[in-house]
Design a protein around this ligand. Structure first.
Ligand SMILES: NC(=O)c1ccc[n+]([C@@H]2O[C@H](COP(=O)([O-])OP(=O)(O)OC[C@H]3O[C@@H](n4cnc5c(N)ncnc54)[C@H](OP(=O)(O)O)[C@@H]3O)[C@@H](O)[C@H]2O)c1
Length: 343
């Protein structure tokens, strides 16, 4: 074993896409309980764009490497206990990271975070699964605790997390309404059985008052702000508002997120309805068994075709800055995946 020389994308200082640069680096031999992994594909999420701008609650200090999810091949590892049969050099794994760092040719990761890829699962599809779908499981099951035929509102149902919520919600038999605006959103949502509400021209509260006069069992929200009060108002008695992000003012996102989360927690003191906040990177760290169980389940579902994230762009890792720029211009519809070579 020896040092590996590789390249990674680094956010040198907070700002627009052009603050991201390829940088040479070296990876020492893995310490006990760690593996070195050759990255094949890394998923890109909106959270990466926020972190690059310096506007993310779990913000890393610059310089840092973005990216919460990857698929890769184990190069080598140093065990720290009994070795499961699948843990071998060359094995393919999927990972959700807890502190970012996936935009790299190689990474060093704790063994507990590596989840084996089922045989035959396309690495591109697998790279688009972890963060969005773990978030959807956290929102639906851990915090929402929704059941078949419950009526729910999914804010931003056309987005990465919104689509994961829609697909997993459809498999649970939920009755779903979703807000969106992107071209083609109505058809996209209809394919998952989600009733489309165009947030530019329709008021979701008015639509739901008419369609669900008794209220909905759950609202899944990533916007925060004044819409939270409306979201709370459309809940049926016993219903739940689950927040998984708080869009804030540019440059004030962290303060606005903290304020939004505090507000949601205060709302929970009122009787009759529940509120909750989902924060997946912390939930992964706090409950490794939940993480591993959920990842194995989701990768199995991706292998069988039960979930099929929509890939909107596949680009070389070193063009990450261009991909962020395209996402900001809303030129990519679906998940962007960065690759290190031919798959
Ligand atoms: N809690 C966690 O652990 C966790 C994990 C992952 C992501 N997140 C957060 O979740 C959020 C979404 O991430 P993502 O990757 O899914 O982003 P994304 O793919 O960019 O999706 C954003 C969605 O928001 C919709 N939207 C924008 N403005 C809206 C409005 N005024 N009303 C309703 N919908 C609106 C967009 O709809 P159109 O494009 O159709 O207009 C789109 O569907 C981000 O803030 C991210 O940081 C949190």
């Amino acid at each position: 074993m020896s040092e590996i020389r590789y390249r990674k994308i680094v956010v040198e200082r907070f700002g627009g896409p052009d603050v991201m640069r390829p940088v040479d680096a070296t990876l020492p031999e893995p310490p006990r309980g760690y593996a070195r992994v050759k990255v094949l594909a890394a998923g890109v999420g909106f959270t990466d764009l926020m972190a690059r701008s310096g506007d993310y609650l779990l913000q890393r200090k610059a310089p840092f490497t973005p990216g919460y999810e990857l698929v890769g091949e184990i190069v080598d590892f140093t065990p720290d206990g009994p070795r499961p049969a699948w843990l071998q050099e060359g094995a393919r794994v999927a990972v959700a990271l807890t502190k970012m760092g996936a935009y790299a040719e190689y990474v060093s990761l704790p063994l507990w975070q590596l989840v084996p890829l089922p045989d035959g699962l396309d690495p591109l599809t697998a790279a688009a699964v972890p963060l969005d779908h773990l978030t959807a499981l956290s929102v639906l099951d851990t915090h929402g605790r929704v059941g078949a035929e419950d009526a729910v509102l999914i804010q931003g149902a056309s987005g990465g997390v919104g689509q994961a919520l829609s697909r997993l919600g459809a498999l649970r038999g939920l009755r779903m309404y979703g807000t969106a605006s992107a071209p083609g959103a109505e058809e996209l949502l209809a394919r998952q059985g989600v009733t489309f509400i165009d947030y530019r021209s329709q008021d979701f509260e008015a639509v739901l008052r008419e369609r669900e006069p008794g209220g909905v069992q759950a609202v899944f929200d990533h916007l925060g702000g004044p819409g939270l009060r409306k979201a709370y108002r459309v809940l049926a008695p016993g219903g739940v508002l689950v927040s998984y992000a708080f869009a804030g003012r540019p440059g004030h996102m962290v303060a606005d997120t903290v304020r939004g989360a505090a507000r949601v927690k205060l709302m929970n003191l009122r009787p009759g309805r529940r509120t909750a906040v989902s924060m997946v990177p912390s939930e992964i760290k706090g409950d490794r068994a939940w993480y591993r169980r959920s990842m194995e389940r989701l990768l199995g579902m991706a292998r069988s075709g039960e979930i099929a994230p929509r890939i909107g762009a596949v680009r070389p890792l070193m063009t990450a800055a261009g991909v962020h720029a395209e996402l900001e211009r809303r030129e990519i519809s679906g998940k962007a995946v960065l690759v290190t070579g031919k798959l």
